[in-house]
Ligand binder design. Structure first.
Ligand SMILES: [Zn+2]
Length: 322
C-alpha cells in the first residue's frame, strides 16, 4: 500500500463512506467543481490552484466523457487536491502518452489514479467481497455495478486482493478489450484487441465468466502444481525432436527452437527451485505458465505429446539428470 492510498483511506473513514461513493458531493467539499464540455480530445479534467494560500481549488470535468470515466476523473482530481505534494495545476489527459514532459508528472498521475481507485473501491471493501464470493467474475461484476466504475478500473483493484496464479480478460465483441493477471503470475496476459482464444488456459483449476451489458468478464485460476502423465518409454529429447518435426519447424530452425523451449523451461525451473515443496508437479505448472498463450509456442503446446514432454523434462530437473 502506497502513501497515496492512505490519504484515500482517511477520507473514507472521515465520512464513513462505502460504495457506491457519491464522488460529486465528496469533491464539492474540497473544490469548486465546474462541469463543462472540453472540446480538446482526450482531456478528462483539470485541477487548478492547488495548495495556493487563500485560494479554493477548482476542478473542471469534461462532460463529453462517459459517466464512469467522469466519476474516475473526479476521484483522480480529488487525489491531486488531497495529496500534499501535488501543487499548482494539472491537466489530465488520461489516454495521451505524450502529455507532460517530466518524470514527476507521471509519478503524480499514478498517485492520483491509485488514490481514485481506493476512494471508489476501498481495498478493505474489495477484500471482504472476495472473502464472501468465490466466483471471481461475479466479484468483478459486483465491483463494476456497485462502485459504478469501468471493468478496467475494477479489475486492477480486484487483483490487489487476490493471490498469484490468476489471469483475467474483459471481452467486448469477442475481442480482448483489457487483460491482466495478479502479482506473481507468470502466465502470459491475453493479447489485447485480439479475439479471445476458445480455451486459452485449458489447464486452469477454475474458470469463471459473467456478462455485463457490453462486456463479458473472464477469470482463470491457474494451478501452482499439475500432475502430468509421464508413462512413455522415450526420453524427453526424443519426444521433443518428434514434436518439433511434427509441427513443421523448418530443419535449419529446429536447434534454435529447441534451445528456446529448453531455455524457457530452465527459467521456469529456476524460478521455483528454492521454493518449499519443490516437486515435478511444481516444475510442470511453472512450464505451462510460461509456454501457453505465447505466439511462438502455440502449435507446440497443442501437440499431443506436449504434456508428456513437460512431465519428462520436469522429472529430469527434479531428479538431477537434466
Ligand atoms: Zn492527474
Amino acid at each position: 500500500m502506497g502513501a497515496t492510498t492512505g490519504f484515500a483511506r482517511r477520507i473514507i473513514e472521515k465520512y464513513h463512506l462505502s460504495p457506491p461513493i457519491d464522488i460529486e458531493t465528496l469533491v464539492a467539499n474540497y473544490a469548486e467543481v465546474i462541469y463543462r464540455a472540453i472540446p480538446v480530445s482526450g482531456v478528462d479534467g483539470l485541477s487548478l490552484h492547488l495548495k495556493m494560500p487563500g485560494k479554493r481549488p477548482t476542478v473542471v470535468i469534461n462532460t463529453t466523457n462517459p459517466p464512469r470515466r467522469k466519476r474516475f476523473t473526479l476521484a483522480h482530481e480529488l487525489g491531486h487536491i488531497l495529496i500534499p505534494w501535488h501543487m499548482g495545476s494539472f491537466v489530465d489527459s488520461l489516454d495521451l502518452g505524450e502529455a507532460g514532459d517530466s518524470e514527476d508528472y507521471w509519478t503524480f498521475e499514478k498517485e492520483a489514479n491509485e488514490f481514485a481507485a481506493e476512494v471508489l473501491m476501498p481495498e478493505a471493501w474489495v477484500a471482504n467481497l472476495v472473502k464472501c464470493e468465490a466466483n471471481l467474475a461475479m466479484c468483478h461484476k459486483i465491483i463494476v455495478q456497485t462502485c459504478d466504475v469501468s471493468p478496467h478500473a475494477a479489475s486492477i483493484q480486484l487483483t490487489k486482493s487476490l493471490p498469484s496464479h490468476i489471469a483475467y480478460a474483459v471481452v467486448r465483441d469477442s475481442k480482448v478489450e483489457h487483460s491482466g493477471r495478479t502479482e506473481g503470475t507468470r502466465a502470459a496476459s491475453l493479447l489485447r484487441s485480439q479475439p479471445l482464444p476458445s480455451e486459452p488456459f485449458s489447464y486452469a483449476r477454475q474458470y469463471f465468466v459473467e456478462h455485463l451489458e457490453h462486456q463479458s468478464l473472464h477469470w482463470w485460476v491457474l494451478p501452482d502444481r499439475v500432475s502430468l502423465n509421464s508413462s512413455d518409454s522415450r526420453q524427453w529429447r526424443e519426444i521433443l525432436n518428434g514434436i518439433v518435426e511434427d509441427i513443421g519447424v523448418p530443419e535449419e530452425k529446429r536447434n534454435h527452437f529447441k534451445s528456446s523451449v529448453n531455455g524457457v523451461i530452465a527459467a521456469a525451473n529456476g524460478s521455483i527451485r528454492n521454493q518449499p515443496g519443490y516437486s515435478i508437479d511444481m516444475v510442470a505448472a511453472a512450464c505451462l505458465h510460461r509456454l501457453y498463450n505465447r505466439e511462438q509456442y502455440e502449435a507446440f503446446v497443442q501437440h499431443q505429446d506436449f504434456e508428456t514432454f513437460i512431465a519428462k523434462k520436469a522429472s529430469s530437473f527434479v531428479h538431477g539428470d537434466a
